[in-house]
Design a protein around this ligand. Structure first.
Ligand SMILES: [Mn+2]
Length: 412
């Protein structure tokens, strides 16, 4: 049977890796957070703060991870909310101490009520440096910050998120496996959308096919709001109101991603609504595909993401000049609107340090896009790659990508 989650060893290894970056006397405190309010007393679906999750594997709101480094050894303690029958009757059961131990590999799992007492001991006696995740934007993290600044005003707090970013940027083999699985599931959803795509269908028919495919595989929430944009709607990059009827001759932009075991995929395809690309659509499709190939050939350790952008823009410029769409004195950015790559992992737009050079194990999207308002459409193609020692390797290799392949599938 396939495994669909990260192993306990993964979280243990991550804590060790963070510990190795800390000096003696360091106290790190990370909050799991709480779901944001949607409206009135309704909340959005909960997702634990990803830095907290990276170190624990725990999806329990209102929890804290404390890591304390002393004599070259890092001791980690997890605090979870206690048993509360009335709360659980309404909101579902909470993770138990036993479950938390098994999931995280931590042996010290305590109830959150004991946190402040423990904190006094750690801080008063031995801490010299207090690390908080200042990138965390949730009520629990804010309350923690306030508690610490009220009670321990003399401590200088340091932001732990740059260290987390440094670790999270390099993906481990089991993360890569799950990203591949997420890409495969995304591919299944795209095939279902291709079957549903025809003139007269509504954008939401495709949207719901994707949602259905993911839900059937146990992925109740995609990595991000699915984009299905027909015709000129694709000229809005983050089009999120898929309510329009698809017309004959439209190009339909898909930008979608599944999540498996916490790891995301992010894939874009463009479909001809009636099964055949028009000559104009085909010309732009082939040019965007050429930009993708340029990116695949450019990505290797030691370069910056900006270099991938530059290379793709050069390919796009050449193609647009040949099409007569671009004049020599015109900037290519008039048709090439957005960057080509971002990091991807536990977050679809994963944490990254823009200045850092690419290294093996980093996962990037490759998503060149060309948008032609005067032709009434635009499109991007997006795949996911891992940087290798020599270059890069596709993680979304199985998803139909070539124009001929797409047409054959749409007409079958
Ligand atoms: Mn993307």
């Amino acid at each position: 049977m396939k495994k669909h989650k990260l192993s306990t060893a993964y979280f243990q290894k991550n804590r060790q890796a963070l510990g190795a970056l800390l000096t003696d006397g360091s106290l790190v405190i990370l909050a799991s957070g709480s779901p944001p309010v949607r409206s009135s007393d309704a909340h959005y679906r909960y997702l634990a703060n990803r830095n907290f999750f990276y170190l624990t594997g725990i999806e329990q709101e209102g929890s804290l991870l404390v890591m304390f480094r002393e004599f070259g050894v890092t001791k980690s303690t997890l605090f979870i909310p206690g048993i509360d029958a009335m709360h659980e009757r309404w909101n579902g059961r909470r993770v138990t101490r036993q479950e938390a131990m098994e999931q995280s590999g931590l042996t010290d799992v305590l109830y959150i009520e004991g946190f402040e007492g423990q904190l006094a001991d750690w801080v008063a006696s031995r801490t010299t440096k207090l690390w908080l995740d200042t990138s965390a934007d949730n009520p629990q993290a804010k309350a923690l910050k306030k508690l610490l600044s009220d009670k321990y005003a003399s401590f200088v707090t340091v932001d732990v998120s740059p260290l987390m970013t440094q670790l999270r940027m390099i993906k481990q083999p089991e993360e890569l496996d799950l990203i591949r699985e997420a890409a495969n599931l995304t591919g299944e959803g795209i095939l279902a959308m291709m079957k549903a795509c025809r003139p007269g269908a509504f954008e939401y028919h495709l949207w719901s096919e994707f949602q259905y495919t993911l839900s059937q595989a146990g992925c109740l929430e995609p990595a991000f709001e699915s984009i299905v944009a027909s015709g000129k709607n694709a000229l809005c990059l983050h089009y999120m109101t898929p309510m329009e009827r698809i017309a004959d001759g439209d190009l339909v932009q898909l930008d979608v991603g599944a999540v498996v075991g916490g790891l995301c995929a992010d894939i874009s395809r463009a479909l001809p609504a009636n099964g055949r690309f028009s000559p104009q659509q085909r010309a732009i499709y082939d040019l965007v595909r050429a930009c993708q190939e340029t990116a695949f050939a450019t990505i290797k350790p030691g370069i910056r993401i900006a270099e991938i952008n530059d290379a793709c823009q050069a390919t796009a410029r050449e193609g647009l000049l040949a099409q007569g769409l671009l004049q020599t004195d015109q900037p290519v950015k008039e048709y090439f609107w957005h960057g080509v790559s971002h990091h991807m992992g536990l977050d679809v737009h994963d944490v990254s340090n823009k200045e850092s050079l690419l290294k093996p194990g980093m996962v990037l999207t490759v998503e060149p896009g060309i948008y032609i308002p005067e032709w009434g459409f635009g499109m991007r193609l997006e795949d996911d790659v891992v940087v290798t020692d020599e270059g890069c390797r596709l993680l979304s290799a199985g998803i139909p990508r070539e124009a001929d392949e797409i047409e054959a599938l749409m007409l079958s």
